[in-house]
Design a protein around this ligand. Structure first.
Ligand code: ZN
Length: 344
């Protein structure tokens, strides 16, 4: 089968389109003929590699994918060859305490497609049957692939972890990335007032088109925490979603109201943080960590996508052969929404 692969860690020049043997579905698995894959920042980090990451090289990146079931392993019921599906990239054992409690994203043997196992940037991928969800005809492969991981991640953080309520104020740091464009829509659907901090007028325009109520351009006003405080009658917001980490954490703590919740969902600016603890106890703040989501979250948020309540935000689509161009666009960070790969 054709696949995007890399034989050693490093920069984007290590990516190529090559041929690998198609994987066969094991017991309880389905083989999906991927029609569209979508890219995530994670794919760049995996390509770069980190200490302790031990991959079976060559590796195939890609967490997101949608396509048709091409073959069924033994003991698979309720699915058929030719069925259109979207893939939930969170792989869990199904037997441990967390899995049995419905918290499969905390599985003790948790993996993500394209991270520690071969991913979706290929003609075929095999996943457990519980990791595919049938697609209605009204949802395209491209929309489904573009939505899966980012909507799951945003839903789990805002709804399952932060328990966002109607009328609450939520601040998202970032306007145009996959998780934030999903988060804006989910927060609006939950009845919240949405504040967005973006780095350009174009990115903020996209956020506004998705329903964001208050737009803050951080290139015009670096002291955005103070601005948020002023814009909320000197109260602060109920929830901040921070995926930047070191560079924004102090401002995020400042922007929260007393009793507010800080959702930390990533650290693109680095993992080591300095925290002024007076904010946390003095303002009764809660810091909530969140990553990925559960099977239940995936089911819920995908139903809303299928019903048209939520919408995948699409940037450029590239053919599989142009993987390097696609990854370069991802690395540049200028995309508005999701970059997808077509695998015809
Ligand atoms: Zn488990």
């Amino acid at each position: 089968m054709k696949a995007i692969l890399f034989k050693q860690h490093g920069d984007i020049s290590n990516l190529s389109t090559g041929e690998l043997e198609s994987p066969s579905p094991g017991p309880g698995q389905v083989q999906v003929r991927v029609h569209t894959a979508a890219l995530n920042r994670l794919d760049l980090w995996v390509l770069q590699g980190w200490k302790g990451l031990d991959l079976n090289l060559p590796h195939i990146p890609g967490a997101d994918g949608a396509g048709e079931i091409a073959a069924l392993g033994t003991c698979v019921e309720g699915l058929s060859v030719g069925e259109r599906v979207v893939i939930n990239p969170n792989l869990s054992c199904g037997r441990c305490r967390a899995c049995l409690a419905g918290q499969d994203n905390m599985c003790r043997d948790w993996h993500l497609l394209g991270e520690t196992v071969r991913g979706t940037c290929a003609e075929y991928v095999c996943v457990p049957a519980k990791n595919v969800l049938p697609l209605p005809n009204s949802t395209s492969f491209r929309e489904a692939a573009a939505a899966s991981l980012v909507f799951l991640t945003a839903w789990h953080s805002l709804i399952t972890r932060a328990r966002l309520q109607p009328g609450e104020k939520v601040l998202l740091i970032g306007a145009s990335g996959g998780v934030n464009t999903a988060g804006i829509q989910i927060a609006k659907l939950a009845g919240a007032k949405v504040y967005v901090i973006g780095s350009s007028a174009e990115k903020l325009e996209l956020a506004a088109s998705l329903g964001a109520d208050v737009l803050i351009n951080r290139t015009e006003d670096e002291s955005w925490a103070k601005l948020v405080y002023q814009l909320t009658d000197k109260q602060g917001v109920d929830v901040v979603v921070d995926n930047v980490g070191a560079a924004t954490f102090p401002s995020s703590l400042r922007a929260l109201r007393k009793g507010g919740r800080l959702l930390t969902v990533g650290n693109t600016s680095g993992p080591a943080l300095e925290i002024d603890n007076r904010f946390i106890f003095g303002k009764h703040l809660s810091i909530l960590g969140s990553t990925m989501g559960t099977s239940e979250d995936f089911y819920q948020v995908m139903q809303l996508l299928f019903q048209g309540e939520l919408e995948a935000v699409l940037d450029t689509q590239f053919p599989l052969e142009q993987a390097q161009q696609a990854f370069t666009r991802l690395a540049d960070g200028q995309q508005l929404g999701k970059i997808t790969l077509e695998i015809p």
